[in-house]
Structures are given as C-alpha cells and as structure tokens.
Design a protein around this ligand. Structure first.
Ligand code: ADP
Length: 641
C-alpha cells in the first residue's frame, strides 16, 4: 500500500478519498486553487499545495503543477477523483513519465473509450450489445440520411466526441434530418473540435442502467447495477442500486456484458459501463445496449458501496498499489437497496440556474451518509460545480430506503443559498418513482408538479416571526424574553408584517394581516394553534429559516443596515459572489435609473448592474478585477441636490 498519495481534485470527492486514506493509514496531499484556500478538503488533508488561480484551467487542470506538487511532497501516486483530469490519457502518461502511479486505468484503456464511434465498434467486436445504428467513418450527409432510414425513425444523432449531451439531436422525421445533422455537426465542431457524428436508434421509454466494474488489468468483476434514470437534461438527479424491477436473468446478462467490455480493454481500477435500456415492455435481456464507459470513479458510486459493503476507493488504492482484485465475483453480494440524491445550490424556479452563496447554516441528517466538500460558513463559489452534498441512504427494501431518503431530505438544513432540496423531496415522494416506474423522461413530464413549491402558510410565517422576535430557542430558556423588551412588538421580517405578543416564556401570539396564531413551546418545539409544528427555526445573521415544513427563508430587515440604503436605491450591491469585470460609474457622475454601473462575471455569465434610481455617484467602492462576495457594496449614490 502507498504511504502517501496526492488527490488531484477538490470538493466532496477529494474529501471522500481522504476519508478512506485516513482509515487505511495513507497520508494525503491536497491541492487547491485561490478560491479553495480554506476549503474542507484542504483542512482534511495532511498537507496541501497551492497550485494556482480559481479558474480550473489555472489550477485543477494544470497537469504539470499537480505532478510537481506530488514530487515535491513525496507522494507516490495521484488519485484523480472524477471530472478535471480523471479521463485525460495525456495526464496519465505524464504521471507515469514522472515515476508516479496514476490511480485508475491505463492511458490506452481511456483512449479506447474516448470516442463514441470507436468505443461502439470495439464493444461490438467484444460481443457487447450496442444500440443499432451507424458508427462508421463515412460522414457524407446523403450516406448518413440513408443510414437513418435503415435504422428507422426516430433516430438520435450523436457527436462521436460528445459529452454532456452536446452535439446530440433527436430526429423524428426524415424531412428534419438534414437540418438537425447540420446543427449537431456545428455544435460538435465548436464544443469538441470534431464534427463527426454517429446515428443511433432512438430508444423509446429509455432507462439508464449502468454496471460498476472493477479490473486488475486482465480480469474484471462487476459490482451490480445502478439505475440513473431520474435525469434532468441528461444530468443525473437521484440514483439507486439495484435497479427497480431487475430480474436475475437481465442482471446476469448485463453484468457479463460489462465484464466483457472491461476485459476487452484490459481495464484496471473502478469503471462504469453505461447501458441504455428499452423499458417499454419491462426489463428484457435482449433490450439493453452499451452507451459508453466512464473510465473513473463515478459520482454515484456510494449507492454501490452501500449495497455491496465494499469501499471502492479502498479497492482503487489496493489495486493501484499492486494487489490483486480484493474479491472474486462470487464473494460480491448485494444487500438491501440504496438511494443517492444530489443536493445542489441552484435556483429551481429560475430554471435550475446554478447559485452561489455562503452557507450560514448547514446540517445533514443523522442516519444517512452525507458526502460533502463544504462546512457551515463555507462558500459555494461561482468557479466550480455548485454541489453541496450527496445524501445516501441504505435500507432493507426499496420502499423503506425511499422513505429513509424522504426523511433524510426533510432533515437536511441549508441556509445562505437557494437549493434544490424541495425539488428532491418532491421527487422522493413521486408516485411513479415509488412504484419503480422510472425512465429518463419522468422528471421532464412532471416538472411542474415537482417544482411547485408550497408557499409559506400561516404556521410557517408565525414561526418566522417568533424567530425574528428572538424566540427560536428550543431549549426552554428564551433569549428574547427579557423584561426590558416590549411585550408586544413588530418584528423586522421582510415581506411579512407580523406583530408578536409575548405572554410567557413559552407562549406568544403572532398576528399577521388580520390573522392570529397562538403559539406554545412544548417538548422543545413550537405548537401553533394547538398542533405541533414539526418545524425547526434557525436564525443566522440577517435570516430566519424554517425547516421541516419544506424549507422557507425570511430576510430580517435592519433599519440601520446597508440593505435599507440599498432598498432605497442608494447602494448597488453585488447579487452574488463574482468577479467585477468592468466599472462604468465615476464619483461625481450624474446617473439615471437603469444606467449601467458595473459588470459582474459570475457563474460563467456576465451580469450588468444598473442604478436603481436617479442620483449622483458618491463613491465607487470597487475596481475592475476585484473578486466580491454576495452583498458587497459596489457603488453608492447620493440624492440629487
Ligand atoms: P453524453 O456523453 O453527451 O452525455 P450519452 O451518450 O451518455 O451522451 O447519452 C446521454 C443521455 O441521453 C442518456 O443517459 C440517455 O438518457 C439519452 N440517450 C442516449 N442515447 C439514447 C438513445 N439511443 N435513445 C434514447 N435516449 C438516449
């Protein structure tokens, strides 16, 4: 076993790898960018090396800097995690050339699976079923149109160099073919510098079922399947193992095909063979086809770990350090059922826009596994994937595990950024999902219902008012109940006109818009109008959050605060963390409402910040090139004299 390894990644996967290293007594070296100097993975590692700027191309993609860091710290091997350099064969070659071990497959195996057309041809030869279609070299439009006719409509055009759904087009009728082909090719040329495409039969009612494999360079075993059919725009949302409705016959066929795929390329380490399954007539062994192989550890690997009891990172380290496969196929057992939900900082009602923010409060459920790269107080920056955590549950049956997932999501608390928590919770209660009737179109079909978040009701607003009045304390001793405070007061909640009358340390009446709620503190929780609220009140600076009845957040208004000035239009604040690209405002300048003051780059987009009202620029508080936090004051206006 290695004495010390370097982890060429960040966030939850870097933390995940470090966890196993600690258990195995392997010392760890983290690498980090400017944006991650105080990140969780850096704090967890035994050593950490700064490698560059916040943009991935200046740090986590800098192969040379990462290899130099490994050499300087005496690390013997590099774990690439997923994403970044994990599937880059040139990096694998460079690691070997530097005399270090790459914890993963050979560069040759990665190259073999790198292009979809070559991979399909290779798999076909190895006896792995591939989606019917054309994946040859002839890229003449006439020829491809003919191939589509032969395959039969509807067909899918896919970029051979594709990834992330780019260069992919569904064609339902022959008369659309030419136009869709052109747009797929041009997107592929822009995204991958390679316009070549392949044609595939479009599978009806598709399910995404993938098989975890593990190889030692010669032999491979499989660790059963995962179902990743719950997708939104080809991105996985909730994954599970095993696949619902899986039969012994189908499982054996898929497992064997996956092992053949891995052995055909002399695979070493953890990999995933992705299949597309036609589920229009249940799961049938003649209706699954190879899609692609991911030559790395997969985001959703924990569900496989839960049902097999195997630590895949431990296996990666053992096999990379020269040990044989730790178990034979017969020794790998499947027990119970597991789910993983991906918790993201994203604005669901705004179309799942990535979000950023400082996580003023963060609490994961007890009894579930939470894989995370952040701690309370950490920031989700605009530079990287906005994942907050993966929540994983394992139960004896699918129904029980799904209930555990719902409960775990209800018990998860995040304040300081919008999240997809309510969406995940709604999905965990979806009837079709509960019945195991999943396919890749499920989320899109029911998107409205899944994203329709119940607005705050009177109970939630009353609890928020109690929180704002300083009555959140569930311990019994009420922080807000002091004799010098007025017993009846208006609380400073944005958007809610609430009056709280404190009658006793454990009793209060809240009035909101003519309605009143009688509140009692009993057994550590507030009861509202005779019913236990089932909710938790969390107060962080400037914010009251109510959890347990969905998640609701209310801003606190401080009349002395800058925000009030901002509300009057006097201050322009940065709406999110980002980079100030340009500043147009100059002190003394007269501006009109709507005039451009600055441009902020955040989440890979440019946002123009404008004056909220007419006025004169009193102060410009930032310069172009500055990195700013959410809420940072950028420009102050004064009233026109
Ligand atoms: P990418 O590499 O761009 O992510 P994939 O080939 O992995 O593309 O396909 C992404 C998703 O598209 C799959 O998970 C599946 O939902 C859908 N898909 C792919 N191929 C087909 C097909 N032949 N028929 C129907 N859906 C497909």
């Amino acid at each position: 076993m290695f004495h010390k390894i370097l982890i060429a990644n960040r966030g939850e996967i870097a933390a995940r790898v470090i966890d196993t290293c600690r258990r195995l007594g392997v010392a760890t070296v983290a690498v980090y960018s400017d944006a991650d100097a105080s990140a969780r993975h850096v704090a967890m590692a035994d050593e950490a090396v700064h490698i560059g700027g916040p943009a991935p191309k200046d740090s986590y993609l800098m192969a040379e800097a990462i290899i130099a860091a490994a050499q300087a710290t005496g690390a013997e091997a590099i774990h690439p995690g997923y994403g970044f350099l994990s599937e880059n064969p040139d990096f694998v070659d460079a690691v070997a050339a530097a005399g270090l071990v790459f914890i993963g497959p050979s560069a040759k195996a990665i190259r073999a699976m790198g292009l979809k057309d070559a991979a399909k041809a290779l798999m076909e030869k190895a006896g792995v079923p591939v989606v019917p279609g054309y994946h040859g070299a002839n890229q003449d439009p006439e020829h491809l149109a003919g191939a589509a006719e032969t395959v039969g409509y509807p067909v899918l055009i896919k970029a051979v160099a594709g990834g992330g759904g780019k260069g992919m087009r569904l064609v339902e009728r022959p008369e659309e073919f030419a136009e869709k082909l052109e747009s797929a090719q041009s997107e592929a040329r822009t995204a991958f510098g390679n316009p070549a495409v392949l044609i595939e039969k479009y599978v009806q009612k598709p399910r995404h079922i993938e098989v975890q494999v593990f190889g030692d360079g010669t032999r491979a075993v499989h660790l059963y399947e995962r179902d990743c059919s719950l997708q939104r725009r080809h991105q996985k949302v909730i994954e599970e193992a095993p696949a619902p409705g899986m039969t012994a016959e189908m499982r054996a066929a898929m497992g064997q095909a996956a092992v053949r795929a891995a052995e055909a390329i002399g695979y070493s380490g953890a990999g995933t063979v992705e299949f597309i399954v036609d589920a229009s007539d249940g799961l049938r062994p003649d209706r699954f086809w190879f899609m692609e192989m991911n030559t790395r550890l997969q985001v959703e690997h924990p569900v496989t770990e839960a049902v097999t009891g195997i630590d895949l990172v431990e296996w990666q380290l053992r096999v990379a350090s020269g040990e044989p496969l730790p178990a034979t196929q017969d020794e790998i057992r499947l027990t119970g059922h597991a789910f993983e939900a991906r918790l993201y900082a994203e604005d669901v009602p705004a179309g799942f826009l990535p979000a950023t923010g400082t996580l003023s409060h963060l609490k994961f459920p007890e009894g579930a596994r939470a894989e995370t790269g952040v701690r309370p107080g950490d920031t989700i920056s605009p530079w990287y994937d906005p994942m907050i955590a993966k929540i994983i549950v394992h139960g004896p049956t699918r129904a029980i595990a799904l209930r555990q997932l719902s409960a775990a999501l209800d018990a998860t608390e995040v304040a300081g950024s919008v999240t997809n928590l309510a969406f995940l919770a709604a999905l965990s209660r979806h009837e079709g999902f509960a019945a195991g009737d999943v396919d890749t179109g499920l989320i899109a079909r029911d998107l409205d219902a899944l994203t329709d978040v119940a607005p705050a009701d009177m109970t939630v607003k009353a609890l928020a008012a109690l929180g704002a009045a300083g009555l959140a304390d569930r311990g019994g001793a009420l922080a807000g109940f002091t004799l010098w405070q007025p017993l009846r007061r208006t609380v400073p909640l944005e958007g809610v006109e609430a009056v709280v009358e404190v009658m006793a340390p454990d009793r209060a009446r809240v009035s909101i818009a003519g309605e009143t709620a009688e509140c009692f503190l009993r057994g550590g929780q507030w009861w509202v109008d005779g019913h236990p609220s089932g909710a938790r009140i969390v107060v962080t600076p400037g914010l009251v959050s109510i959890f347990g009845r969905g998640a609701h957040h209310f801003h606190l208004v401080d009349p002395l605060d800058r925000e009030a000035d901002a509300a009057g239009g006097g201050l322009t604040l940065s709406p999110m963390p980002g980079l100030v690209k340009a500043v147009f405002a100059k002190a003394g300048q007269r501006v009109k409402a709507g005039d451009r003051l600055a441009v902020l780059e955040a989440m890979k987009m440019e946002h123009t910040l404008t004056a909220a009202r007419d006025g004169i620029v009193a102060e410009v508080l930032v310069a172009a090139g500055a990195q700013v936090e959410a809420g940072a004051a950028l420009v102050r206006l004064e009233e026109e004299a």
